[in-house]
Design a protein around this ligand. Structure first.
Ligand SMILES: C[S@@+](CC[C@H](N)C(=O)[O-])C[C@H]1O[C@@H](n2cnc3c(N)ncnc32)[C@H](O)[C@@H]1O
Length: 281
């Protein structure tokens, strides 16, 4: 289906308003490829018709679904396996020592897509069983995509999804087969994780600061100003001695003076104040 410049502008501006992401003119082709099947499935004959419905705010569900369809939800279990080894072998032992009195840990998988990252974190705890006896472990997964959060809450993954990154031992230990549908995470994992819809451009989730935040492969979609805004929000959400993990191709340096990179581990950031450096913007 052809996308007229006017329809593309309306769709892109709605997408930007909802997510903060800019669909520049060079990427308008994405509207055609992603939304043609979306329109066909809903009996919408043209992008002009779609744009008109959106412009009139005639169907809020349609607009939410369209935004979800345009988002890139690429993710997998234990994505970048070395990051999870780093969390299991270095970050969690440090936190276990510093939170020994409270015996409470809060982790945030921000922009978690369909939840694989949050459940991968939960498996680190479940695998260590007794080590965390008596601890209160809270893992929050959040994303702006309504459909992604819906799948994350259902904890149900297809055979294809579990084959991407989930070792067979952990699949058998922590998931139950569901006939003709795939695999569902067991209560041992789901009891550790909650999910919510959340926009990284808004205020951080309530409930206190997080000891560890993973916000991976999301910042790269935003303008420098928005990246700065998101990192400000993440700095408010992070405990003073906590750790922020970004994706392999991402950095907080140059985007925020609130974080410094951890000299011992690439992609790990610490609060500037904690590292004893100037906090000036
Ligand atoms: C490529 S996925 C990364 C998923 C996961 N963090 C990972 O690394 O595997 C990027 C995610 O960012 C989410 N996202 C985009 N804009 C967002 C925003 N403004 N607030 C929260 N999440 C957003 C998308 O819906 C998508 O699920």
């Amino acid at each position: 289906m052809e996308v007229s410049p006017r329809a593309a502008m309306i769709i892109a501006s709605l997408f930007e308003k909802a997510t903060g992401q800019v669909l520049s003119q060079e990427r308008f082709w994405r509207i055609g490829t992603t939304l043609t099947p979306f329109c066909r499935a809903r009996g919408i004959d043209s992008f002009d018709q779609l744009a008109l419905t959106l412009e009139r705010s005639a169907d809020p569900e349609l607009s939410l679904d369209m935004i979800d369809a345009l988002l890139n939800n690429e993710t997998s279990f234990f994505r970048d396996a070395m990051v999870f080894s780093l969390v299991a072998d270095q970050i969690l032992p440090q936190l276990a020592a510093s939170r020994q009195r409270e015996k409470r840990l809060r982790l945030w998988s921000a922009a978690c897509s369909t939840g694989q990252e949050a459940y991968s974190l939960a498996m680190l705890f479940a695998d260590q069983g007794k080590r965390w006896d008596g601890w209160k472990i809270e893992i929050l997964g959040s994303d702006i995509s309504r459909s992604a959060i819906q799948q994350a809450r259902g904890a149900l993954y297809t055979q294809f999804e579990v084959q991407r990154g989930l070792p067979i031992r952990q699949l058998i230990a922590w998931f139950d087969p569901v006939l003709d549908q795939g695999w569902r995470a067991k209560p041992a994992l789901t009891s550790l994780v909650t999910f919510m819809r959340h926009n990284l451009l808004g205020p951080p989730p309530a409930g206190g600061r997080f000891d560890l935040i993973l916000c991976r492969n999301a910042l790269l979609y935003f303008s420098p100003e928005r990246r700065h805004q998101m990192l400000e929000g993440l700095s408010l959400a992070l405990a003073s001695d906590g750790a922020l993990l970004l994706g392999a191709g991402e950095t907080a340096l140059g985007s925020s003076s609130r974080f410094v990179s951890d000299p011992k581990a690439q992609t790990v950031y610490r609060s500037t104040a904690y590292a004893g450096l100037s906090d000036a913007a």
